[in-house]
Design a protein around this ligand. Structure first.
Ligand SMILES: CC(C)(COP(=O)(O)OP(=O)(O)OC[C@H]1O[C@@H](n2cnc3c(N)ncnc32)[C@H](O)[C@@H]1OP(=O)(O)O)[C@@H](O)C(=O)NCCC(=O)NCCS
Length: 382
């Protein structure tokens, strides 16, 4: 046992396994590989619900009735527009800026145009109003942010579109077909919330200082960007493209493991027996491939999955099948993580509201291991 472990037996690097707060938003049951949002299994929400119903559930703590859903959709539709100044800020970024930087910048600017934020209104209803705006505008910001990066003009969002349809409409510039919208909607539902993951935790830490919801969302998006978290869906697809063919897959993965490579789209801090969302998304992605007559990506993924399980006992996570599902939908790879953010802002908002409702400043202790009590040496004598 190291000296640090002896002195701090409760210390866990990366806070692995450390309970860091109480929530009633979602539960990850690692033993059963299951994920529930406010008690409802994500399978049911993805199969029978929708992203909008999920967002409603996360924010309002109950599934909507038909009338409540219709009202919520109308509200989201009315809030989809993004101020011109947000587009100007995104356009001011270098053309090759990472789209995650665009959406992070977009939310920073958007905050300053939110009427409740400007008025510094922090009561419960104002938080919910902000959450609705944050959720409604995410798909517009990513879709039109992409258009701006391509030198195209932003498109007016259709207030009748769902988040999935709005996103696809703005990215492609055409009316999306229902099957594509359905696939996107399932992925948004599966991505909407996931307990105290790194980005949601960053969001909660931020608002625990009594900072605002928008600051929490910006912190969340900044944290989501990395390849160990949201960035993995892009890296997983780049990996599948590098593998190239099913025939090449086994040799590729064995070689990668022999050289101790991290295999993107595999492994999870919470799920050691498999990621429930990956099971669901794999089925959807495989079916999509069959319908499009392009099955090589799911075939490659299945070979990688088999060898990873045999050699390392590690399962795929949701980012692997989502990566090739998005690829089959024709979505540019750089947009995969921003699309994850479009979904996850619902989770961030619910967590920010929950944190602020029972707030206690999040401020853990550091274990200091540097030198101590050094005599101060005047600058001339150093
Ligand atoms: C997600 C992730 C960061 C979780 O990591 P963690 O809980 O800290 O687990 P560790 O990194 O400590 O991994 C434990 C062991 O499994 C191995 N491992 C975990 N994920 C691996 C992967 N994707 N490829 C290869 N080996 C992996 C580690 O190398 C380590 O092996 P070791 O004990 O021989 O050193 C990690 O699995 C990972 O980096 N995955 C790839 C990125 C990814 O897909 N992220 C999206 C998550 S939804």
């Amino acid at each position: 046992m190291s000296a640090i472990q002896t002195q701090y037996p409760n210390y866990s690097p990366g806070l692995e396994g450390v309970p860091a707060g109480i929530t009633s938003i979602s539960e990850i049951d690692s033993d059963r590989s299951s994920l529930t949002y406010r008690g409802y299994n994500v399978h049911d929400l993805a199969e029978q619900g929708s992203y909008e119903q999920t967002a409603y559930l996360l924010i309002y703590k109950k599934l909507p009735t038909a009338q409540e859903l219709a009202d919520f959709n109308e509200l989201l539709g009315a809030e989809r527009q993004v101020p011109e100044q947000v587009y100007q800020a995104i356009a001011a970024l270098p053309k090759d800026a990472n789209p995650m930087d665009s959406i992070r910048t977009g939310y920073s600017v958007l905050a300053a145009y939110d009427p409740d934020y400007r008025a510094d209104v922090m009561d419960f209803d104002a938080k919910v109003r902000k959450a609705v705006r944050i959720i409604a505008k995410a798909s517009t910001m990513v879709g039109n942010g992409y258009r701006i990066s391509q030198g195209l003009d932003p498109i007016e969002p259709n207030p009748k579109h769902s988040s999935a349809a709005n996103l696809l409409h703005l990215i492609t510039g055409t009316e999306p077909d229902p099957k594509t919208v359905e696939t996107m909607d399932v992925s948004l539902t599966l991505y909407a919330e996931h307990g105290f993951n790194a980005s949601t935790f960053a969001c909660r830490v931020t608002v625990s200082t009594l900072s605002d919801l928008y600051s929490g969302v910006v912190a969340g998006i900044s944290t989501l960007r990395g390849p160990l978290h949201g960035g993995a869906n892009e890296e997983a697809m780049r990996m599948i493209l590098e593998v190239g063919t099913p025939e090449n897959a086994e040799a590729w993965i064995r070689d990668a493991l022999a050289t101790k490579k991290k295999i993107m789209g595999f492994g999870h801090r919470e799920y050691k027996k498999g990621d429930n969302r990956a099971f669901h998304m794999s089925k959807v992605a495989k079916q999509l491939g069959i319908e499009k007559g392009i099955t090589k990506y799911s075939e490659i993924a299945e070979i990688l999955e088999r060898v990873m399980l045999e050699e390392k006992g590690i399962y795929p996570n949701v980012d692997l099948p989502t990566g090739y599902a998005y690829y089959l939908l024709g979505i540019p790879i750089d947009l995969y993580t921003p699309i994850f953010a479009v979904a996850r802002v619902a989770g961030y908002s619910a967590h920010a509201i929950e944190q602020l409702t029972h707030n206690r400043l999040i401020r853990p202790k550091a274990i200091y291991e540097g030198p101590t009590y050094l005599p101060y040496v005047p600058i001339a004598d150093r």
